[in-house]
Design a protein around this ligand. Structure first.
Ligand code: WT7
Length: 654
C-alpha cells in the first residue's frame, strides 16, 4: 500500500472508482434546487459586473453604491459609495421577518451541554456585547483580537465588532501564546475577547492562561473580556480584565449598527506564507458579504428548512465565511460543535447529525480519511437520513475518500461539493453548483459564475488541457484587499508572477478535456497539514530559535490521514546529542512557538543539509528522503554525499 492509498478502500469503492463515473444529482434534487438554469454561467461571463451587482442587491444597503467596480490592479474596490453593516445583514434583517424566532445557532459543547439561540436571541446578545465593547472605548476601525473556543460567544464577538465597525482578528484557539502575541502586535489590537477555557478531548484548554502569557508583551491591549466557560481558575488583572457576563449585564440591549463603507475593513485574518511571518489578510465589507452570501446559498443549495453544519473552527476563514457571515446572512439554522469528532466515541459527528437532523454537512478531507480508517460501523449505527448535501474543503480530496464519503455518509443520495478557495479569496471560487455540474471524485469541478480561473505556465501562457499554476484572471468581490501593514508583500506574493492583474494562487492544478479543475496542492513553501496551512519557514524559524539548533529545513511529506505531515531535518550545534529526548524537546519547542498544528511528526538529525552550490537547501531531495523514494537528480548538489548519508541514516531510523 502506498502512502496515499486510503486506509480502507474496499472492493466496492475501488469498483466505483474504475467506472470513471460522473455523479449527477437526482431529478428530485434538481427540481427543487436553488440554481437550476445553466444559463447563469454564460450570462455572468458576458456581464460580470452586472452579475455581481445583482448578487449585492440581495443584501440590505443603507446606501446604494454608485459604481460596481474600480480595478487598478492589484487594487480593487467593489460597490463604491455603498454603505452597509455586516451584523445588520446577519441579524436585523431577519428579526424583522418571519425568521425572528428561528434557530440561528444550535450549539453543542463537547461535554454534552446544549444551547439554542434564535435570531432574536443572537441579535440581543450581539447588541449587548457591542454596547459593552463601546463602553470600553473601542471605536470604528480599532482592532479587536478574539481567542475563543467554539462557543456561541465566539460568533457573538465577531458580530459585535462588525456592528460597531471594529475590525476583528480571530486567532485560532489552538495557537500558542507566542503566536497570539505576534498577531495582536501586528494588528495593534486594543481589546482581546477570550474565555477561561474550552473543552477538547475531555481536557480543558486553558485559553485565558495562555492569553495572559501573550499579554505580558502586548502593551497595546487595554482591556480583556473573558467568557466563563470551564470555570477554570484564572489570573485576573483588575482594571484590565472583565467578565463577559458582568460587563454585558447592565448595558442597553440595542446598539445602532455603524454604517460601514463598502470598502471599510470587516476583518483581518492571519495566514501562513512563505516567510517566517504570518500575513494579515484584509477583507472589506460589501464585496465580501456579497460573495459569501451568494456562495452559501448556491453551492450548498441552502433552503430555509435546512440545518447546516460546517465543522470548521471560527479561527479559520472557513469559520468566518461559512459559519458566521454566509449562513447567518442567509438566515440559516446551523449546528456548531465545540469539540473533537472522536469524543467520547468515534461516532460523535454522526450522533450530532442524527440528533439535530443536519441536512448539509461541510467538513475536511482529513476528517473524512480518519472516518474511513475508523470504519463504517460508526456512521452505520446512526440515522443519517436527514443529510441531502455534503461538502469538502481545505485540501485536495483523494477520489477514494470522495467515494467513501458519498457512499457511507451520503448513502449515494447526496451531491458532494468539493470547494476550492483560500483565506485570500474570502469565498468559494471553484466548486460545482450541485444541480448543474456533475461531480468527478477528486475534482473541484469548475469556477463558479462570475469567477474566471485559468491554468498558466511559468511565463503566463494559458494551458487549455494539462497541468500548471492555478491563476485567477479577473477580480472578484471577496478578494483580499491587502496584507495588513505590508503593501509590498501583497504585491509580491500574489500579483508579480504575471503582468496585468493576474492573481497567483500558489496552487498547482490541471485542467481535463471537459474543463474540470483538479487541484494538485501547493507549489510554494507552504504545506497543508490536515487542511491547515503552515509555512515551512515558520517552523524552521521556531526550530532555529532553540539554542541547540544550528540549522533546520522543513518539508511536507505525504500522510495517509493528514494529507501532508511535517518532517524536519535538523543540524544541531556542537556539544548537543541527537537522541529521542532532543527530538521531543524540539517538537515541544515548536508547539510552544506556534501551536500543536505545527508539531513535526518526524525530526531527523543530520550533520549537513543538502544544498546547491549557491547555498539553497534542496527541499525536493529532502522530500524524496522523507517519503522514502529513490533519490532524484543530485547533479546541482554541492556535496552529493550529504544526501546519501542522510538517506541511509533515515532508512535505518524508520
Ligand atoms: C489552500 C488555502 C479554503 C478554506 C480552508 C483553507 C488548499 C483549499 C481545497 C480544495 C484542493 C484546497 C489549497 C489552497 N485547498 N480547499 N477543495 N481542493 N485544495 O484555507 O488555509 O487559506 O488554505 O488550501 O492549497 O491554496 P487556507
Amino acid at each position: 500500500m502506498s502512502q496515499l492509498d486510503p486506509p480502507n478502500a474496499n472492493a466496492e469503492v475501488s469498483a466505483l472508482l474504475e467506472e470513471n463515473r460522473i455523479f449527477h444529482c437526482s431529478n428530485e434534487f434538481k427540481s427543487h434546487a436553488v440554481v437550476k438554469n445553466a444559463d447563469i454561467y454564460q450570462s455572468a461571463r458576458e456581464n460580470r459586473e452586472n452579475f455581481w451587482a445583482e448578487c449585492a442587491n440581495k443584501l440590505e444597503w443603507f446606501q446604494k453604491w454608485n459604481k460596481v467596480l474600480e480595478w487598478k490592479p492589484p487594487y480593487a474596490k467593489w460597490f463604491i459609495g455603498g454603505k452597509l453593516n455586516a451584523s445588520y445583514n446577519c441579524l436585523d434583517r431577519h428579526i424583522k421577518a418571519p425568521l425572528r424566532n428561528k434557530a440561528a445557532l444550535i450549539w453543542e459543547g463537547e461535554p454534552g451541554d446544549q444551547r439554542t439561540l434564535t435570531y432574536w436571541d443572537l441579535y440581543r446578545e450581539v447588541n449587548k456585547l457591542a454596547n459593552a465593547i463601546k463602553s470600553l472605548g473601542v471605536k470604528k476601525g480599532d482592532r479587536v483580537a478574539i481567542y475563543m473556543p467554539m462557543i456561541p460567544e465566539a460568533v457573538i464577538a465577531m458580530l459585535a465588532c462588525a456592528r460597531i465597525g471594529a475590525i476583528h482578528t480571530v486567532v485560532f484557539g489552538g495557537f500558542s501564546a507566542e503566536a497570539l502575541k505576534d498577531r495582536i502586535l501586528d494588528a495593534q489590537a486594543n481589546l482581546l475577547i477570550t474565555a477561561d477555557g474550552g473543552y477538547r478531548r475531555g481536557n480543558v484548554i486553558a485559553l485565558k492562561n495562555t492569553a495572559n502569557n501573550a499579554l505580558k508583551d502586548c502593551p497595546c491591549i487595554k482591556n480583556v473580556i473573558v467568557v466563563k466557560r470551564t470555570n477554570t481558575n484564572v489570573d485576573f488583572q483588575p482594571g484590565r480584565d472583565h467578565w463577559y457576563h458582568e460587563i454585558t449585564k447592565s448595558v442597553a440591549d440595542y446598539c445602532e449598527p455603524e454604517p460601514m463603507d463598502s470598502e471599510d475593513i470587516l476583518y483581518i485574518l492571519y495566514t501562513s506564507g512563505t516567510t517566517g511571518k504570518p500575513k494579515g489578510v484584509i477583507h472589506t465589507t460589501g464585496g465580501y458579504m456579497t460573495a459569501v452570501t451568494l456562495t452559501t446559498h448556491w453551492v450548498f443549495d441552502l433552503k430555509p428548512e435546512d440545518v447546516f453544519w460546517c465543522t470548521a473552527d471560527v479561527g479559520w476563514v472557513t469559520g468566518h465565511s461559512y459559519i458566521v457571515y454566509g449562513p447567518l446572512s442567509n438566515g440559516a439554522t446551523q449546528v456548531i460543535y465545540e469539540g473533537s469528532p472522536d469524543w467520547p466515541e468515534r461516532n460523535r459527528f454522526w450522533k450530532i447529525i442524527a440528533k439535530y437532523g443536519v441536512s448539509i454537512f461541510y467538513t475536511a478531507p482529513t476528517a473524512i480519511r480518519a472516518f474511513m480508517k475508523w470504519g463504517t460501523d460508526w456512521p452505520e449505527g446512526c440515522d443519517l437520513s436527514s443529510l441531502r448535501l455534503l461538502g469538502s474543503v481545505g485540501e485536495p480530496i483523494n477520489p477514494e475518500a470522495w467515494i467513501w464519503y458519498h457512499k457511507y455518509i451520503g448513502r449515494e443520495k447526496c451531491p458532494v461539493v468539493d470547494t476550492w478557495w483560500q483565506t485570500e479569496t474570502g469565498s468559494i471560487l471553484i466548486a460545482p453548483l450541485p444541480a448543474l455540474i456533475g461531480q468527478k471524485p477528486g475534482s473541484a469541478t469548475k469556477p463558479l459564475p462570475g469567477i474566471e480561473a485559468k491554468i498558466l505556465t511559468e511565463n503566463g501562457t494559458e494551458i487549455k488541457e494539462g497541468g500548471g499554476y492555478l491563476a485567477l484572471t479577473s477580480p472578484w468581490p471577496s478578494m483580499l484587499r491587502g496584507i495588513y501593514g505590508d503593501a509590498q508583500r501583497f504585491e509580491e506574493t500574489y500579483w508579480n508572477k504575471w503582468p496585468n492583474g493576474i492573481y497567483f494562487t500558489g496552487d498547482g492544478a490541471k485542467l481535463d478535456a471537459d474543463g474540470y479543475f483538479w487541484l494538485l496542492g501547493r507549489v510554494d513553501d507552504v504545506i497543508n497539514v490536515a487542511g491547515h496551512r503552515i509555512g515551512t519557514m515558520e517552523i524552521e524559524s521556531a526550530l532555529v530559535d532553540h539554542p541547540a539548533v544550528a540549522e533546520a529545513a522543513v518539508v511536507g511529506i505525504a500522510d495517509e490521514i493528514k494529507g501532508q505531515a511535517i518532517a524536519a531535518f535538523v543540524t544541531l550545534k556542537e556539544g548537543n546529542t541527537s537522541d529521542k529526548k532532543m527530538e521531543d524537546t524540539l517538537k515541544q519547542h515548536v508547539v510552544e512557538k506556534i501551536g500543536s498544528i505545527a508539531r513535526p511528526s518526524k525530526i531527523l538529525f543530520t550533520a549537513d543539509l543538502p544544498k546547491t552550490r549557491s547555498g539553497k537547501i534542496m527541499r525536493r531531495l529532502l522530500r524524496d528522503v522523507g517519503e522514502g523514494r529513490a533519490l532524484g537528480d543530485v547533479t546541482t548538489l554541492a556535496d552529493s554525499s550529504v544526501v546519501e548519508t542522510l538517506k541511509k541514516k533515515y532508512e535505518k531510523e524508520t
